[in-house]
Design a protein. Sequence first.
Length: 122
Amino acid sequence: MGQAQPWYLVSDQPGQADLRKIYGRRMCVKEMSSDLKGRGFDLEASQLKQTDRIGRLFLGFGIVFVWLITRGNWVVKRGYRHLVDHKSRRDKSYFRLGSDWVERCCALNRPIPLPFKPYFSN
């Protein structure tokens, strides 16, 4: 789909369109998993055992997670991606782009744009 080097997906199941859809979902889950773990929030380091505390942690995490995704989307839509991502790889999730943007703003002592407005393609 417009990529310089195509990916070849091989399966023993029929249905080419379904295979692409399933693989697309898998990639989203993989990205989210890495955002939850070492490349992001590092949730396993919390070592929480009480379910009520884990629940509160996940509530807070969910709010911040969605906000950072909207920040990452904002960074891309505004054309600032080159300030927080490698031009040669483009391997960061929207979460990671948002997180890196917030870190950059803090390091440069700049205000962090706070709107919680998701962007959709026009």
